[in-house]
Design a protein around this ligand. Structure first.
Ligand SMILES: NC(=O)c1ccc[n+]([C@@H]2O[C@H](COP(=O)([O-])OP(=O)(O)OC[C@H]3O[C@@H](n4cnc5c(N)ncnc54)[C@H](O)[C@@H]3O)[C@@H](O)[C@H]2O)c1
Ligand SMILES: [Zn+2]
Ligand SMILES: [Zn+2]
Length: 404
C-alpha cells in the first residue's frame, strides 16, 4: 500500500509534511478522532487522488493556536481530486471521475441534509452538528492536504465535473468550489445581494474576494471591500471593487465618501473572530468589531451574511467572555433596523454546481480574483507562513504535480 504524505498540525505556529496511513474504508483512531467515530465503516466512501487542496483562513485559526485542535491533526478541507477507489455501496461515482468535494461532510440521510442544511449534518460528527475534513471538533475525518483522501457518502457529497479535459483546463477555478467560492456566494445571497445592490464586504482575504466576485456575479452595482492589508485591498481593486482601509478610521466615513451615503443594502463579514479594530486600534484584536460594523452600515431592512468564523472556544482570546465565544455585539442596533442575520458553515452543495457552470462557461474568474497560487505539497509550511503574513494569495497545494 502506498504511503500518504500529508500536512500535519504540530502545535501553535507549526505545520509539517509527514507520511500518514493511506486511507481505507474505515475511520481509524488518531489525533482529534472522536471515540464514537473510531471503527466507523465507510462502504459508501471513495478514495481520491488529490489534484488540488487549498490552504484556508479557517486552517489558520487552528495553526495560530486559536482553537483546541490537537497536535498531529492532518489538515485540509478544500479538496479536488480524482477517484481511485470506491466502496462497495457507491453506485454512481466511478473510478476516474474528477470531482469537487464540499468541505462540509454530510450524510444525505438526516433531517438537516434532507432540508439542504449540509453544514449541520446530524450524523457525521458525534461532537456536534456539522463536520469537515481535517478540522478541530469535527469528528476526526482525516484532512485532505495530502496525496490521498477518503470522502464518505461519495454519491451524495461529490460533485463530478462533466468533462475531464475541460475541467483540467480550468482546474484552478474549479478548485475554489470546495469552499471559498460557494462560501462567498452564500455570504452574498444571505445578505440579499441582487441586481443594483450596494455591498460592504469586510475582509479581503480569499473569502472576502470570493464574496466580492459573487456580488458581481449576482449583479451588484457597487462592491466595497474593507481590510487593513494594503496588498489585499489592491487585489480587490484589480477586479473592480472599491476599497476601504479600516486602519484609517471608521469605515462608515469612507463608505460615505465612496457612495455618497454611509450605508449599503447588504453586508458580508468575511473576517471572523480574529478581527482587528478600526483606526487607532487596527493593530489590536477586537473580536466583535466586524459584527458591529456590518450591522451599523447595513440599511434598515437589509441583511447581513456572516461566513466569517466564530468559535465556541478560543484559548487565545484576550478576555474570559471571548474565551467561550461570548462577544459584545450591539444586537439592539440590529434589532432596531430589522436586520436579517445568517451565520454558520456554508452549505456548499447548494451552490457548487451552479458556480461550476459559471466557471466552465467563462462567466466568472474566481482563480484570478483571489490570486490562486499553486505550490507543491512539500512547500505547504512556507505557504502557511506567507498566508499568515497576509499575502494576497490563495495557496493551492498540488500534491501530484498535476496542475503545475
Ligand atoms: N462559513 C464558512 O463556511 C466558512 C468557509 C471558509 C472560511 N470561513 C471563514 O471566513 C473567514 C475568512 O477566511 P479567509 O480565508 O479569507 O481568511 P483570512 O484570514 O485570509 O482573511 C481575513 C481578512 O480579514 C482582515 N481583517 C481583520 N480585521 C478586519 C476588519 N476589522 N475589517 C476588515 N477586514 C479585517 C484581515 O486583515 C484578513 O485579510 C475566516 O474566519 C474563515 O474561517 C468560513
Ligand atoms: Zn476553507
Ligand atoms: Zn446528514
Amino acid at each position: 500500500m502506498p504511503g500518504n504524505k500529508a500536512v500535519i498540525y504540530k502545535g501553535a505556529g507549526k505545520v509539517e509534511v509527514e507520511t500518514i496511513d493511506y486511507p481505507t474504508f474505515e475511520l481509524k483512531d488518531g489525533p482529534g478522532v472522536n471515540p464514537d467515530n473510531v471503527g466507523r465503516q465507510v462502504p459508501h466512501g471513495a478514495i481520491l487522488k488529490v489534484v488540488a487542496s487549498n490552504i484556508c483562513g479557517s486552517d489558520q485559526h487552528m495553526v495560530r493556536g486559536r482553537t483546541t485542535a490537537p497536535q498531529g491533526l492532518a489538515l485540509g478541507h478544500e479538496i479536488t481530486g480524482e477517484v481511485v477507489e470506491t466502496g462497495r455501496d457507491v453506485e454512481f461515482i466511478k473510478v476516474g471521475d474528477l470531482v469537487s468535494v464540499p468541505f462540509n461532510i454530510a450524510c444525505g440521510r438526516c433531517r438537516n441534509c434532507k432540508e439542504g442544511k449540509t453544514g449541520v449534518c446530524l450524523n457525521v460528527n458525534p461532537d456536534r452538528p456539522g463536520s469537515a475534513y481535517g478540522y478541530v471538533d469535527m469528528g476526526g475525518w482525516v484532512g485532505g492536504q495530502a496525496e490521498y483522501a477518503l470522502v464518505p457518502y461519495a454519491d451524495w457529497n461529490l460533485l463530478k465535473f462533466p468533462d475531464k479535459d475541460r475541467a483540467m483546463a480550468k482546474i484552478l477555478d474549479l478548485a475554489m468550489l470546495a469552499d471559498i467560492f460557494p462560501t462567498g456566494f452564500h455570504g452574498c445571497v444571505t445578505a440579499g445581494v441582487g441586481p443594483g445592490s450596494t455591498v460592504y464586504i469586510a475582509g479581503a482575504g480569499p473569502v472576502g474576494l470570493a464574496a466580492a466576485t459573487s456580488a458581481f456575479l449576482l449583479g451588484a452595482a457597487v462592491v466595497v471591500v474593507a481590510d487593513l492589508q494594503k496588498q489585499r485591498l489592491e487585489q480587490a481593486r484589480s477586479f473592480g471593487c472599491e476599497t476601504i482601509d479600516v486602519s484609517q478610521g471608521d469605515p462608515k466615513d469612507q463608505l460615505a465618501q465612496i457612495l455618497g451615503e454611509p450605508e449599503v443594502d447588504s453586508a458580508v463579514d468575511a473576517v471572523g473572530f480574529e478581527a482587528h479594530g478600526h483606526g487607532d486600534s487596527a493593530q489590536e484584536e477586537r473580536p466583535a468589531t466586524v459584527l458591529n460594523t456590518v450591522m451599523d452600515v447595513t440599511r434598515a431592512g437589509g441583511a447581513v451574511g456572516v461566513p466569517g468564523l466564530y468559535v465556541t472556544g478560543d484559548p487565545g482570546a484576550s478576555d474570559d467572555a471571548a474565551k467561550i465565544g461570548s462577544l459584545s455585539i450591539r444586537l439592539g442596533l440590529g434589532w432596531a433596523k430589522s436586520l436579517a442575520f445568517t451565520t454558520g458553515q456554508c452549505p456548499v452543495m447548494r451552490y457548487n454546481r451552479q458556480l461550476m457552470m459559471a466557471i466552465l462557461h467563462d462567466r466568472t474568474q474566481i482563480a484570478k480574483n483571489v490570486n490562486a497560487t499553486v505550490i507543491p505539497l512539500d512547500q505547504a509550511p512556507q505557504g502557511y507562513v506567507e498566508f499568515d503574513k497576509g499575502a494576497a494569495r490563495k495557496y493551492v497545494l498540488d500534491p501530484h504535480g498535476m496542475i503545475a
